[in-house]
Write a new protein. Structure first.
Length: 60
């Protein structure tokens, strides 16, 4: 993915939490600007513990 592509958002199917690439999740060591593909595969939703593969990209 090009580094100048717009940031995307990914929603947890279980609880609706939104992971925003622009904001990251610093509480888990994921810096702002971290693309979804660069989030570790073992990362889980910080609200409900759902695995990363249970998130859907939000439409633009």
């Amino acid at each position: 993915m090009s580094t100048d592509a717009p940031y995307r958002q990914w929603q947890c199917r279980t609880c609706g939490y939104i992971y925003d690439e622009a904001e990251g999740w610093p509480d888990d060591g994921i810096a702002p600007g971290t693309r979804w593909a660069d989030v570790p595969e073992d990362w889980v939703c910080p609200l409900c513990g759902t695995s990363k593969d249970q998130f859907d990209m939000e439409p633009v």
